[in-house]
Structure formats: C-alpha cells, structure tokens
Design a protein around this ligand. Structure first.
Ligand code: B12
Length: 285
C-alpha cells in the first residue's frame, strides 16, 4: 500500500518468545546488544527488524530451543499447528502466543498463520467438543487462550501514524463466534489497514450507523452459526445503500453465508470462502 508500517514488540513478548526472563531482555537492551526505544511511559519497545537481526546473530532460535518447553521447539508447519493446538487446549497462553510470534518472526505471512495454524486448531477444538471429547468448560477456556494469543500477535503489528485505509468488521446479530472477525482484523492490519472491530452480535443497523460515521472503505461481516439471518435482510439492504453511497466494499464470510439462497438475499462485493479470498480481493483492488 506504499505506507510505512513498523512492528514493535514488548519486553514481555520477547521474554516469552525466547524463553528468557524479562530482566535478561532488559539487560541485553541496556548493554546495547539489542536496540530498543522507549515509549513516553518509559517502556521499552523493540522494532521487529532489530529483533530479527539480534535473533539470528545470537542464534537464539537454536539456543533457547534446547532448554525450552516443547510448545516452542519446532517450527515446521504441521508442528506449529500441533504446538498451537496443544498450548491452547492445555491453556498455556504464553506458549500459544510464542508459537504465533515465532511464526511471525520466522517470516510467515499473516495469512498462513491464520489459515494453517489458528483456524485449523480451533476447528479441531470444535470437532472434539462435537463428539463429546471436550467439555463446554474446556472449550470456552481454550477459546479464550487462543483469543489472547491472537491479540498478542496483533499487538506486534502496531502501526506508524500515517494515513491508512479504514475497514470496519463485525459478526452479525446473535452471533457469538468472533474469532474469525478478529482474524480478519489481524489480516487487514498486517496489510496496512486501520480496522475498527465491532465484535460479536452486531445488528446491521448498528453497523450501518458506524459506516455512516466512520466512512470505511471496507466492511467485513462474519456469520458462523446464525440460523435466522434471513430476518435481517431488510436491515442489510440499508447497509448496502450506505455502502454504495460512500463507495465502500462489503465482504461477507463464514459458514452462515455459505448457503446459496442466503447469498442471494445478501448480495456483496465478495462472498469469501476463507481469509485467502479476502486477501486476493485486496490485491486486485
Ligand atoms: C469457539 C467456538 C464457540 C465459542 C465462540 C467464542 C468466541 N469468542 O468466538 C462459543 C462458546 C461462544 C460458541 C458457541 C456456540 N457454538 Co461454537 N464453536 C466454536 C469453535 C470451536 C471455533 C470457532 C472459531 O473461532 N473458528 C476459527 C475461525 C477462524 O474459523 P471459521 O469460523 O471456520 O472461519 C473460516 C471461514 O468460515 C472464513 N470466515 C469466517 N468468517 C469470515 C468473515 C470474513 C470477512 C472472511 C473474509 C472470512 C470468514 O474464514 C475462516 C478461515 O478459513 C467452532 C468449531 C469450528 N469448526 O470453527 C464451533 C462451532 C462453530 N460452534 C458450533 C455451535 C453449534 C455453537 C453453539 C450453537 C453451541 C450451543 N449449542 O450453544 C453456540 C452458538 C452461539 C451463537 N449464538 O453464536 C458449531 C456450528 C455448527 C453449525 N454450522 O451450525 C461448530 C462448528 C462446532 C461443531 N463442530 O459443531 N462456539
């Protein structure tokens, strides 16, 4: 998009990722081995490029792995999925975050992290719950752990203050599944967008209000399990009107929008099958 985007990590994130103490990170920073900047509040921030340089110079990848917990020792694709799944289902938030951050620092595109690690791990959680091998309690806790890890990953995508195109995303009314929406937000942010995430259970009228107020270029809506979507098709027509007026594109995604009759009632610039189709569309326009 031609704009500068800088990724920063915090002391804590680095400590988790390399499996060392925060004091060690501070020591490296103070000794000038690892370049850092300080925020107005006096907190250290490490630029991604510096982190990568330091990591390979020190062989930290290999070094920490010998003594590290299993969850962060492997880097191959299927292993990342396994590691993330294991960390999430054993409720190890730091490890779940470390798996995602490591993938990111190894240069995996965000799309790949979302589609090959996060989504399949959560699908597996759903399958276990579905066949009664995971309790509702465990499923809730695992989901929270995954959400926190994705938020940690997102936090590394902090962006310099430049003009960025705006997107609004949400999940439809009565829809409590919001991780896909969070993933869409993360993907867009990694592509240089500024994103307002309205979260779960957002009625179309509220989304329409937000669009009128914030004038995004992109509107992304997710529906996973809502069975009564058709009820909202009139409200959706108003959203479409506003979108047309402001020249915003509407992208609909998720199982809830898969049905052909639903798609006819909810016309959109794109009915996305997955995050890849969103990315493809971004590249075309
Ligand atoms: C976590 C979870 C929950 C959590 C959600 C918490 C939260 N904060 O989000 C809670 C506990 C609330 C929950 C509740 C329910 N859940 Co639930 N849940 C899941 C689980 C395990 C993971 C969902 C998830 O985040 N997946 C990861 C995302 C990234 O993947 P995805 O949603 O498949 O999205 C992909 C595409 O669809 C697409 N996509 C989706 N949206 C969008 C949007 C855009 C813009 C784009 C571009 C792409 C896109 O891209 C993604 C990657 O390819 C799934 C299992 C599964 N298969 O997903 C079950 C699942 C979705 N749940 C299910 C069910 C049945 C329910 C309940 C009805 C259970 C109940 N009886 O109460 C309720 C419904 C609540 C409600 N009203 O919405 C079923 C749905 C079956 C169906 N098709 O109807 C599933 C599939 C489990 C199963 N195997 O049966 N659930």
């Amino acid at each position: 998009m031609g704009m500068r985007q800088t990724n920063f990590l915090t002391t804590r994130q680095l400590a988790r990722m390399w499996q060392v103490s925060e004091a060690t990170i501070k020591r490296w920073a103070d000794a000038g081995h690892l370049r850092s900047q300080k925020t107005l509040g006096g907190h250290r921030r490490f630029e991604l490029a510096e982190v990568l340089k330091f990591q390979s110079a020190r062989g930290l990848e290999a070094e920490h792995r010998a003594g590290a917990t299993e969850a962060v020792t492997h880097t191959r694709q299927s292993e990342r999925l396994e590691d993330f799944f294991r960390a999430v289902t054993s409720l190890h938030e730091a490890e779940a975050s470390a798996v995602l951050l490591n993938a990111h620092l190894d240069g995996w595109p965000m799309l790949r992290i979302l589609e090959e690690v996060i989504a399949p791990a959560l699908h597996r959680v759903g399958d276990l719950w579905h066949v009664g091998e995971m309790s509702v309690a465990d499923e809730h806790l695992s989901t929270r752990t995954a959400t926190r890890a994705i938020e940690t990953l997102r936090a590394t995508l902090r962006v310099a203050q430049v003009e960025m195109p705006l997107a609004i995303c949400c999940a439809v009314e009565d829809e409590l599944h919001e991780i896909a929406t969070l993933c869409v937000q993360t993907l867009l942010e990694s592509e240089g967008w500024s994103v307002r995430n309205m979260g779960a259970n957002t009625p179309f009228f509220a989304l329409t209000d937000a669009v009128r107020k914030h004038r995004p270029r992109l509107i992304c809506v997710s529906s996973t399990s809502n069975v009564s979507l058709a009820r909202y098709s009139r409200d959706y027509a108003q959203l479409q009107d506003i979108a047309r007026e402001f020249d915003a594109h509407i992208i609909l995604g998720g199982e809830g929008f898969k049905d052909e009759t639903i798609r006819q009632r909810f016309p959109a610039d794109l009915h996305a099958e997955n995050f890849s189709s969103l990315k493809e569309m971004l590249q075309q326009s």
